[in-house]
Design a binder for this molecule. Structure first.
Ligand code: ADP
Ligand code: MG
Length: 394
């Protein structure tokens, strides 16, 4: 089982520096930054409903190394094998009033979007190499970690006022307008503001954040990657968003955050059966997340685990974003004593599960899941880590 650690990122940084030197004329890069991926402990599909989420930053992340250059050209290379060709993109720094446009290769859109929306310009040209040890497309938000790492890199070229909320929002805007993914704010917030030994309760309505300690040596977080990604029509996420908006409108609320179960029951007859269940998940999940944060604060892992299981069942039955593989992984984990709770995490239809368990049970849980799971899973035993960082190059 892979036990992730800070030193993985340091090794990745050293290797990426080597790649930079090889590609860009044998000189060392002057700047090195990183930003983490994330796992959401609870609060799924609540962020775009103005609700609560409770993610933690991972020890896995994206690194960007590079240097400014004189010729007003931006040249970026990714080492990610999973991405489409070409691995290198080059374009002039957008002039004042000029604009970058999303295009091919798609991976570069995350970077271009951040450059386009970075407010502290004008930027100089630069050369950079990107590398990541977050699995791409695995539901651990390699995309936000790429955006936030890019932003952190730009801050080294042309400092902004350093406001973390602006930073996260600009990265979210990049994902909306260049990657065409209408995501909530969770991934970018946690990648910017994560803290070692803590989960982060984010209020997606007020944008307030609250750190909740999670550093008990007897408790670990196990991420299990199902290694499946069901490509449905691609419209599931926007459809869910629309259904939530519809429900809020019928309930006469600005968002589902403003509604409670009694409001929902009172309007049940006005909603289709499906939209009713979507709203039921969201309203219940927002409430569960607030309770889970309290449970974690008081180290009540048992309650926390029960809420995780309720969250999974609700995502499976009411929100309908789970899949047989994720259900299998959760069921298998829950069969082992020492497991507090387990659930699918991220958007759904594949990707990962997250399990909270006693440290001593981790190996047994892994073996049991391997035995029960119909495919091959990948495991990461991880701890809450810091948000984006600048690394001093020796
Ligand atoms: P997730 O965020 O769950 O990993 P997404 O589909 O949102 O999945 O984002 C994955 C996409 O982000 C990749 O297909 C690729 O386009 C881009 N990406 C992420 N990391 C990198 C990287 N290191 N280099 C290039 N592109 C990357
Ligand atoms: Mg993503």
């Amino acid at each position: 089982m892979e036990r992730t650690s800070e030193s993985d990122l340091v090794s990745l940084l050293a290797a990426t520096r080597g790649v930079y030197k090889r590609i860009f004329g044998g000189v060392d890069p002057k700047i090195a930054v990183s930003a983490p991926g994330r796992v959401n402990l609870i609060g799924e599909h609540t962020d775009y409903n103005q609700g609560f989420v409770l993610p933690m930053a991972l020890q896995m992340g994206t690194v960007v190394v590079g240097s400014p250059r004189e010729d007003r050209i931006i040249s970026i290379v990714t080492t990610a094998e999973e991405t489409e060709e070409p691995k290198r993109v080059e374009f002039p720094v957008p002039m004042e009033g000029g604009a970058l446009e999303p295009g091919e290769p798609r991976w570069a859109n995350y970077v271009k979007g951040v450059i386009q929306h970075y407010e502290a310009g004008p930027l100089p040209g630069f050369s950079a190499v990107i590398a990541s040890n977050v699995p791409l497309g695995g539901g651990l938000s390699s995309s936000a970690s790429l955006e936030v790492a890019t932003y952190t890199f730009l801050q080294q070229l042309r400092p902004d006022d350093g406001d973390p909320v602006t930073k996260a929002l600009v990265c979210q805007k990049a994902e909306h307008t260049f990657a065409m993914m209408p995501c909530g704010i969770m991934d970018q917030f946690i990648s910017v503001m994560g803290k070692e030994g803590h989960a982060l309760l984010i209020d997606c309505r007020s944008l307030e954040t609250h750190l909740v300690p999670l550093s008990d040596p007897n408790v670990v977080v196990l991420i299990t990657n199902s290694n499946v990604r069901h490509i449905l029509t691609g419209s599931e996420y926007p459809t869910r968003r629309r259904q939530c908006e519809e429900a809020a409108k019928v309930l006469g609320k600005a968002s589902l955050r403003e509604a409670n179960m009694a409001d929902l029951e009172a309007s049940k007859a006005l909603l289709s059966e499906e939209v009713y269940r979507r709203a039921k998940h969201v309203i219940g999940e927002i409430e569960r997340t607030a309770r889970a944060a309290e449970a974690l604060q008081s180290k009540d892992y048992k309650i926390f685990g029960q809420l995780m299981v309720e969250s999974h069942n609700s995502l499976r039955d009411d929100y309908e974003v789970s899949c047989p593989e994720l259900d299998e992984l959760v069921s298998a984990a829950l069969e082992i004593p020492g497991v507090y709770g387990s659930r699918m995490t991220g958007g759904g239809f594949g990707g990962c599960t997250v399990t909270l368990l006693e440290s001593g049970a981790a190996e047994k849980v892994r073996r049991h899941i391997e035995e029960k799971y119909s495919r091959t899973a990948t495991f990461y035993l991880t701890q809450p880590s810091d948000g984006a960082k600048v690394h001093r190059l020796p």
